[in-house]
Design a protein around this ligand. Sequence first.
Ligand code: ATP
Ligand code: MN
Length: 465
Amino acid sequence: MKDIRRTLVAKLINDPAEYIGKEVDVKGWVRSRRGNKYVQFVALNDGSSVKSLQIVFDLAKFSEEDLKLVTTGSSINVQGTLVESQGKGQNVEIQAEALKVYGTADPETYPLQKKGHSLEFLREKAHLRPRTNFFSAVLRIRHALAYAVHKFFNDKGFYYFHTPLITASDCEGAGAQFQVTTLPLTDLPVNEEGKIDYSKDFFGKMASLTVSGQLEGELGATALGCIYTFGPTFRAENSNTPRHLSEFWMIEPEMAFYEIQDNMDLAEEFIKYCINYALEHCKDDIEFLAEHFDKELPERLRFVVENDFVRLPYTEGIRILEESGKKFEFPVHWGIDLASEHERYLVEEHFKKPVILTDYPKEIKAFYMKLNDDGKTVRAMDVLFPKIGEIIGGSQREEDLAKLQARVDEMGLEGMDWYLDTRRFGSVPHSGFGLGFERLVLFVTGMQNIRDVIPFPRYPKNCEY
Ligand code: ATP
Ligand code: MN
């Protein structure tokens, strides 16, 4: 091989002008190979684009023997001249002059032979699915969205605040927790009362994986002003749904001096920014997913970016559901926690727009939410999206120490002194919310199942790799 610097496939396809007629070097994996006894065409993909680059092997220059190891899934290095393509389906191609095979892939055993494997099949081969066009498109969009999250908050002067993954507080009651322990499970130490003696455990007390970084996030916000977290979150709820994972990533901004209106404004601006970022930076991938899975995807994304979200009190939402005349699986009355079918009715059928539902009954929301003057509802705000249901859950927090203390006592929560200190010393009005990152990726990719938008999904009875 000659000493030529490697160029990424995305660059050669999207921006070929400076390379046309020149010798280039590409490295990647073979997606497919076809041809006849005069010429062979290889589709080469290096992960930089959903599009593959066509390599043309003239069999006057290369023998069948040279190409024997160039199978679907093999990894190769090719050097040759970039030319405008005569054929349909691509703008440029490489006329190969030199070939090196790094590793072949046996056609008898390589699982990703044909195009159009089902998503279910690929889920069983999750360790290899990043090599498919579909999943690599999802992963590139996922990356772009993660970058957009950091860029949005950084540009607004928010600080990235790292909250712990191992915690000794289950304050949110947001979901069942995974316990973290080094105690011998077959020979548990017990105390005088016959209970497990956690003083012998690694941390000297019971500990778990976090279900939310919010409470610690409030400590950051009441010092730095505006912070956000972006990290893994763990919930041991047995929800076998297309919208729940046992391990997912959550973004939780928390802002001092923000009231509920400011919180809603931020949530709407944030989510539109992220979607817009993907529309601008992931055109090829979104187009590919639209073409193969979901024709209406680009239109749906633009619609959300271009329209104001509806803002509606819970009580109004319940009235609309009651008057809809629809038969819901779960009956509707004031006080219920909305099920996905209710959320989707409001968003998809009634308003046909994203909805921010506010002022929920206090009984169905977390203890830290600010009580309204009616004494019955709290300043919660959930953002409801088409096809997804709840994508964001947030609220203005109770800043009054006495009221918060009363709620803590009512719920029988212990070990909360550190949290109550935010209200004891220099308490301020503040607000925040949590966005499930995979639900955002789900929306932007148009996928149906949350297990298809994270590289290694964890869900009940599944913990591969
Ligand atoms: P849901 O009612 O949909 O189970 P939740 O009300 O329990 O969600 P919150 O505690 O409000 O969720 O968490 C904030 C956000 O985190 C949610 O709006 C959602 O986007 C996301 N989320 C919650 N649970 C999960 C999960 N198990 N898997 C993926 N994302 C989740
Ligand atoms: Mn919620």
